[in-house]
Ligand binder design. Structure first.
Ligand code: SF4
Ligand code: FES
Length: 251
């Protein structure tokens, strides 16, 4: 198929952005979206032009790097997939496709379609972990009984890959689906209990410091999340935060 691509280009963090138009031809419907961009970049390099910078790593829906806004939707028109898992058969011959970077003040643009998502790493550093006893007397995790319902919910929350689509698609640029997933994953398990109170307080404080907005229950994040992370995790984040705040006040 032959397509017209309208791509956001920005030379550096402080440069002015612009949309540029590129035709691409002979694109197979079996290609992934990123493979289609590879074809464009090969063409640009052969013509002595600057290739389009875009993020990617695993190209199999695991790393969360491929952050593209395609025709106004985070990760494009398909559901439950990342940009690297999006296939060109979702488009038609002759289509014009608009490609932009994630939109959020907390994700500043580095170049073209690449944004800086280190704000999410700093939220994780603030509490998205469990401290491990390395004394040699550590209990085997498999020996700790966990109710099946809790294990399933924790596993579902743990499938969040930190891609940032929830932030990019939210009108408030809220990171609460991401933080809710990370807090839930550990709050539901025995291993997460020791740091439970500090974790939610510190992660939410870091989230606010990074400039992410608040949740107003629009639900766009859940729709665009490639891993189907449920809004239930935001409800759990709110209750975890409330309980932790009350405990902190009592101290
Ligand atoms: S909650 Fe979903 S959209 Fe948000 S970072 Fe995690 S996987 Fe990506
Ligand atoms: S490149 Fe890793 S999830 Fe898309």
């Amino acid at each position: 198929m032959n397509l017209t691509l309208k791509i956001y280009r920005q030379d550096g963090p402080n440069s002015k952005g612009r949309m540029e138009t590129y035709p691409v031809t002979d694109i197979s419907e079996h290609m992934s979206f990123l493979e289609m961009l590879d074809v464009l970049n090969e063409q640009l390099v052969n013509d002595g032009k600057e290739p389009v910078a875009f993020d990617h790593d695993c190209r199999e829906g695991i790393c969360g790097m491929c952050s593209l806004y395609i025709n106004g939707e985070a990760h494009g028109p398909d559901r439950g997939v990342t940009t690297c898992q999006l296939h060109m058969r979702k488009f038609k011959d002759g289509d014009t496709i608009h490609i932009e970077p994630w939109r959020a003040a907390a994700f500043p643009i580095i170049k073209d379609l690449v944004v800086d998502r280190s704000a999410m790493d700093r939220i994780m550093n603030a509490g998205g972990f469990v401290s491990v006893n390395t004394s040699g007397n550590t209990q085997d995790a498999n020996a700790i009984p966990i109710p099946k319902v809790d294990a399933d919910k924790a596993f579902d929350a743990a499938t969040c890959i930190g891609c940032g689509a929830c932030v990019a698609t939210c009108k408030n640029s809220s990171a609460m689906l991401f933080v809710g997933a990370k807090v839930s994953q550990l709050a539901l398990l025995p291993q997460g209990q020791v740091e439970r109170t500090d974790r939610v307080l510190n992660m939410v404080a870091q989230m606010d410091e990074e400039g992410f907005g608040n949740c107003t229950n629009t639900g766009a994040c859940e729709v665009e999340c490639p891993k189907g992370i449920s809004l239930e995790n935001i409800a759990r984040l709110n209750s975890e935060f409330l309980i932790a705040s009350l405990k902190a006040e009592k101290k």
